[in-house]
Design a protein around this ligand. Structure first.
Ligand code: FES
Ligand code: FE2
Length: 327
C-alpha cells in the first residue's frame, strides 16, 4: 500500500460539550493524546496536558488571572500557551521555548472541537444549514463512550441492513430484511444517500410510521440522519448529527445533536434512542478487529447494503489512523 496522505489529526473532532469545559482545568483525550481544556475570559484553550518544565499534567493545575498555573512549580501559561511567570526566578527573562503546546479550538453546535494539527477541512457542516435556521433548535442529547474505533462506530451509523436484526420491530421489520438499492452521491467532503420507506416504531409500541432517511456522511466521522415521516405534510424535520470522536484507537466518544423545527411529542425520544443504541453497542463492541481493516480487500462487502461503507473504506485507505505526526 502507498503511504497515506492525510492524518486524522488534520481534522476537527469534538472533545466535549461546551458546558463541560469550565475554569477548572480538565483532562480530555483525543487520538491518544492527553489534553487539558479550560476556560478563561479569552475563551476555551486546549493544550497538551504536559508542562514543558518537568512534564507534570497541567490538568491538575488551576486557572488564575486568565492563566493556567502548573501544580508543581507554579509556572503560569496564558490562554495562548505562552509562559508569563516563573515564580522561582522573578524578574529574569522567560525562555521563548517555555510554552505549552496549544491546539486549534472552536465552539460549534454546542460542542468544543479540536484539531491537533492545522486542519485540512472545515468543521463538518449541517446539511440544509439547519444550524443557522432560526426555526430549528439544537439539542446535544447524548454523549456515549464505546469500546470500538470511530470508524466502526461511524459505519454502524450508516448501516441500514442491520436494522431488522439488531432493532427488530423498532427500526426494522424482521420479516422484510431486503435492502433496496440506493444512489450514492459522492462529494469532496464525503457522501450522501437517501433511503425511503423505513420501518419505525416507538419502544412502547404506541407510535408507528414509515420514515425516510437522508444520510449525509462528512468524512471522517460525522453522520447526519435527516428524518421525515413518509406522507406527513406538516413540514416537520429532525436531523440527528452523530459525531464519533476518536479518543483512542479502540475507544470512541460519540456525540449526538438533534436539530428540529417542531416540538418533539414523543416524551421518550431520548430513552428510546438510548435503548436502540444499547442494542447497537453490544454488537459493535464485539467486532474484531476493533479498527476497520486498512485494506478494502479485508472482510467481505455486499454490493447493495455496503455501498456507502465501501466508499468510506476507500477514502480511509488514504488516511493515517494513528493521528499526530511525529514532531
Ligand atoms: S513541572 Fe510545571 S512548573 Fe515545574
Ligand atoms: Fe443500529
Amino acid at each position: 500500500m502507498t503511504a497515506a496522505t492525510k492524518r486524522l489529526s488534520q481534522f476537527w473532532h469534538p472533545i466535549a460539550r461546551v458546558e463541560d469545559v469550565t475554569e477548572q482545568p480538565q483532562q480530555f483525550v483525543l487520538l491518544d493524546e492527553k489534553l487539558v481544556a479550560f476556560r478563561t475570559d479569552a475563551g476555551i484553550s486546549v493544550f497538551k496536558d504536559l508542562c514543558i518544565h518537568r512534564g507534570t499534567a497541567l490538568s491538575l493545575g488551576t486557572v488564575k488571572n486568565g492563566c493556567i498555573v502548573c501544580p508543581y512549580h507554579g509556572w503560569e501559561f496564558d490562554s495562548t500557551g505562552a509562559c508569563v511567570k516563573i515564580p522561582a526566578q522573578p524578574g529574569k527573562p522567560i525562555p521563548a521555548a517555555a510554552r505549552a503546546i496549544s491546539y486549534h479550538v472552536a465552539e460549534r453546535y454546542g460542542l468544543v472541537w479540536v484539531a491537533l494539527e492545522d486542519p485540512i477541512q472545515e468543521i463538518p457542516h449541517v446539511p440544509e444549514n439547519l444550524d443557522q435556521d432560526a426555526t430549528f433548535t439544537t439539542d446535544v442529547f447524548s454523549v456515549l463512550e464505546w469500546n470500538t474505533s470511530a470508524g466502526r462506530s461511524t459505519e454502524n451509523s450508516m448501516d441500514v441492513s442491520h436494522f431488522p436484526f439488531v432493532h427488530p420491530e423498532l427500526l426494522g421489520d424482521p420479516d422484510a430484511p431486503e435492502q433496496d438499492p440506493y444512489d450514492l452521491h459522492a462529494e469532496d467532503w464525503g457522501q450522501w444517500f437517501r433511503v425511503p420507506n423505513q420501518f419505525w416504531r416507538s419502544v412502547d409500541g404506541t407510535q408507528n410510521s414509515r420514515i425516510t432517511y437522508v444520510y449525509t456522511h462528512v468524512y471522517p466521522f460525522t453522520m447526519h440522519l435527516y428524518v421525515t415521516v413518509d406522507g406527513d405534510t406538516s413540514g416537520n424535520v429532525m436531523s440527528v448529527m452523530v459525531i464519533a470522536s476518536p479518543t483512542e484507537a479502540k475507544k470512541t466518544k460519540v456525540f449526538r445533536i438533534a436539530f428540529r423545527n417542531y416540538v418533539e411529542t414523543n416524551a421518550n425520544f431520548v430513552s428510546d434512542y438510548l435503548f436502540i443504541l444499547e442494542q447497537d453497542r453490544v454488537v459493535v463492541e464485539s467486532i474484531r478487529p476493533e479498527e476497520i481493516p486498512a485494506s478494502l480487500k479485508q472482510e467481505l462487502h455486499i454490493k447493495v447494503p455496503d455501498l456507502s461503507s465501501i466508499a468510506f473504506r476507500r477514502w480511509l485507505e488514504d488516511v493515517d489512523m494513528q493521528g499526530l505526526a511525529e514532531v
